[in-house]
Design a protein around this ligand. Structure first.
Ligand code: C2E
Ligand code: CA
Ligand code: CA
Length: 766
């Protein structure tokens, strides 16, 4: 197109030049003929005037004068070159135009004269005056137009090249068109084009990215659908057809070729289609159904969810395989209600089931017996034969229990070696007694596991609904208490709950309530029992021991409530309270001249010690009261430390790193091996008072005490003898090399003001 434009320009220019030249030529010719006409008119006019002079001369025959007059005319008028009258011929006839004039006298033609004239002079003067100017203009115009043409051609050529470059441009590879011509306009166009190309590029790239993302997300969606074993589908409300684009993604997994076949396998097919129709008619908002499919003998569950798209008269839905999920849920609910080891139902199930069973019993006017069965000495079996053996034993017991009851009864495992049986349709206590005897007989038959013959016994407690109570949780509690009673009475027996035991329980709960209030009301106070350094005769420190200043019963020792607090799950509250009070006391004593050198030992129960934030609590209390941590001693029992060995060691290390001392209380009662003991990071070993008490009577106790003292020396630990009540025992202890003594011989646990008096008194006697 641009080429043809420049061609057109060329032709246009040539045509312009030619037509201009023709026009000029014709114009000049025109001017010339006009000039010639003017010359002719001029001659005619001249001859008309000359007629006045010539006519009389001719009329009257003055030929000589006529000749002279004609000569003058020829001379005066430069245009006239020839005159002829009869035989008078003047001038030259060459290159002249001859005109014949009549000579008029008195309105009559009397003669004719031929005049030859030329326009040469007039033309020459015109040429002289205008022609050169005209030519200059012409040349000027031509040159200008030529230059314009060249300029235009050049620009058009640049435009042409630009167009070609644009045509050849590969937008994927090329980022811009090179500058062809740095002429202002071309440059502008090129820059504008490059800007446009850049924008196209950016757009192209963003589209490319978008496209890539689209492909990725499409793939992801497909993969997700494949992994989730799901497909999307739609249902046409007009044709009633189900169509799926991606059903093929899952068909291999289920060995089904067509969607139709899949639909035909849906057990709830009719129901689902009914709902789809309701959805189409807007009578339902959505569908969320779980359907079952029986595919090649296996059961599958699919979730079908769908929504109606009003504008399209279409239902869009998904269908996902949730078989695993359902199975997991079933497993979870099985686990929620079953004991994983034995497969028996658990406490949760039992509690829920009891609600139903009791109402059935009420209706039928029957009783229910709840039997709490606990294996005797299971800990011993576990420790001796190992946990694996223990588990096998529990499984065997569970099997025996299952087989010893009727179908309508329940056997459950509610804890380590604790089982509960529920016997339904009971008429009398005697019936239960007979039944339990039978069960005990089955249970106590020797059990052979891995070539080991085990003979185990059980303790059982029984409570009967509705005779003993109509409250389900109380029923469980009563059976539990009765079982403890059986244990206390020597194991291997069963006990029914009785009034006495029930009263004990009531007392337990009322005391527990009172105790909770006692903590809030600050009825709990600290007594201190001194620890005497018998080798150096000075007071080393004290043990903080709790007392309950009961509003009605007066001062109570721990014997009356520590056990209740432990069983009632509030011992940690008491320990926290005592720990803070002790640390507060250390802080208070640090400025008291009599008490400032004493360390205080505080008892921490297993429950408290095993709390995950115990060390943090201890640390923040130490910081809160700015105490010297070495003045504080934590007493834990030997049994606790051995039972939770790894955890205890880690915790004790943390406590020691705070600078707090550790005492192993009631040492010797835990039967722990030296191998364990030497790994425990402790500072003080407290010999249990049971050994000290009978030191004089029991030779064994003397030997044990001797050994404990030796152990403490080997391990390089401090030792304390507790429960020293008289001088004789003190003497023996002293001889064994014990340094610290705590006992009634020196002082009972006493309040703070008495302690001060005791110290002053003790120091005075030294
Ligand atoms: P424990 O830690 O073994 O404390 C020593 C017990 O022996 C104290 O009994 C003390 O009065 C008693 N005792 C000391 N010397 C003699 C003696 O010569 N003869 C006799 N017969 N007894 C002596 P208490 O104060 O009744 O405390 C009993 C137990 O209660 C303590 O045994 C400890 O296990 C627990 N207990 C006391 N206070 C607390 C406490 O604040 N927290 C926790 N968790 N337990 C505490
Ligand atoms: Ca203690
Ligand atoms: Ca003790």
């Amino acid at each position: 197109m641009n080429k043809s434009l420049s061609k057109f320009l060329d032709i246009f220019w040539i045509t312009l030049i030619i037509s201009f030249s023709i026009y000029v030529y014709l114009d000049i010719k025109n001017i010339f003929s006009t000039l010639k006409q003017i010359q002719k008119e001029k001659i005619i006019y001249t001859m008309k005037i000359e007629n006045e002079t010539l006519a009389p001369l001719i009329k009257f025959g003055f030929n000589h004068a006529l000749k002279e007059e004609l000569k003058r005319l020829l001379k005066v008028n430069t245009a006239i070159r020839y005159i002829e009258y009869k035989n008078i011929k003047l001038g030259s006839k060459q290159n002249v135009t001859i005109l014949t004039f009549p000579i008029i006298y008195n309105h009559k033609k009397i003669a004719t004269i031929k005049v030859g004239y030329t326009s040469k002079y007039l033309l020459n003067s015109f040429k002289q005056k205008y022609f050169s100017k005209f030519i200059i203009y012409l040349i000027f115009i031509l040159v200008i137009s030529f230059l314009l043409l060249i300029y235009l051609r050049k620009r058009i050529r640049s435009l042409n090249i630009l167009a070609q470059a644009l045509e050849k441009l590969n937008i994927r590879k090329q980022k811009e068109i090179p500058l062809i011509d740095d002429y202002y306009e071309i440059k502008n166009i090129t820059n504008a084009l490059n800007k446009l190309i850049k924008q196209i590029h950016a757009f192209y790239n963003s589209q490319k990215e978008l496209f890539k993302k689209l492909i990725i997300s499409k793939k992801e969606l497909e993969t997700a659908q494949e992994i989730a074993e799901m497909f999307t589908w739609h249902y046409d409300c007009i044709t009633h057809q189900v169509i799926s684009q991606n059903f093929r993604k899952i068909k291999n997994k289920f060995n089904i070729n067509k969607l139709e076949d899949f639909i035909n396998h849906v057990e709830e097919k009719d129901n689902v289609f009914k709902k789809l129709e309701l959805l189409c008619k807007n009578r339902l908002n959505s569908i969320d159904e779980i359907v079952t499919l029986n595919l090649s003998g296996k059961k599958y569950y699919f979730r079908v969810e769908a929504k109606f798209i009003k504008t399209k008269k279409l239902i869009i839905g998904i269908c996902a395989n949730i078989t695993e999920e359902i199975k997991r849920q079933e497993e979870i609910s099985f686990l929620a209600y079953h004991d994983p080891l034995t497969g028996l139902v658990n406490r949760t199930f039992l509690q829920e089931e009891l609600k139903t069973l009791t109402s059935i019993a009420d209706r039928n006017n029957k009783k229910i017996a709840l039997i709490f069965i606990d294996l005797d000495n299971f800990k011993f079996i576990n420790d001796t034969f190992g946990h694996e053996m223990g588990d096998k034993l529990l499984i065997e017991i569970a099997n025996r229990l299952k087989h010893s009851i009727r179908k309508s009864d329940i056997a459950s495992r509610i804890g380590g070696d604790e089982f509960i049986l529920v016997l339904n349709n009971i008429n009398s206590k005697q019936e239960v007694e007979k039944k339990i005897e039978e069960i005990m007989n089955i249970l106590t038959k020797p059990i052979i596991i891995d070539d080991n013959k085990l003979e185990v016994t059980f303790s059982a407690g029984i409570a009967v609904y509705p005779d003993d109570t109509t409250d389900i949780s109380e029923l469980l509690q009563f059976a539990d208490i009765a079982m403890y009673d059986a244990k206390k009475s020597g194991k291997n027996r069963f006990r029914f709950i009785n009034i006495n035991l029930q009263q004990q329980i009531k007392k337990f709960y009322s005391t527990l309530e009172e105790l909770k209030n006692a903590i809030k009301n600050e009825e709990l106070i600290l007594f201190f029992q001194p620890k005497i350094d018998i080798q150096n005769n000075k007071i080393d420190g004290v043990e903080a021991l709790i007392r309950w200043n009961h509003p009605r019963k007066g001062l109570l020792t721990p014997y009356h409530f520590i056990d209740i607090a432990e069983k009632g799950g509030i011992i940690h509250l008491i320990d926290s309270y005592v720990l803070e009070k002790t640390i507060q006391t250390i802080n208070k004593w640090s400025t008291n001249p009599i008490l400032k050198n004493l360390n205080i030992a505080v008892n921490i129960s297993a429950n408290k010690f095993l709390e995950p934030h115990f060390v943090d609590e201890l640390k923040s209390l130490i910081t809160k009261y700015h105490i010297n941590p070495s003045k504080l001693q934590i007493e834990i029992t030997e049994t606790l430390s051995i039972q939770n060995f790894e955890y205890t060691i880690q915790t004790l290390k943390k406590i020691k790193s705070l600078g707090v001392k550790i005492a192993l209380d009631d040492f010797g009662t835990g039967y722990s091996s030296l191998n364990y003991i030497k790994q425990i990071p402790f500072d003080v070993l407290k010999i249990d008072q049971s050994f000290i008490r009978d030191l004089l009577k029991d030779r064994d106790d003397l030997i044990i005490t001797k050994m404990i003292v030796e152990i403490s020396k080997i391990l390089n630990k401090e030792n304390v003898a507790e429960g020293v009540e008289n001088e004789k025992i003190l003497e023996i202890i002293k001889n064994l090399g014990v340094r610290l003594v705590q006992g009634y011989y020196f002082s009972k646990p006493i309040p703070e003001d008495e302690l001060k008096k005791f110290i002053l008194n003790f120091e005075k006697n030294q």
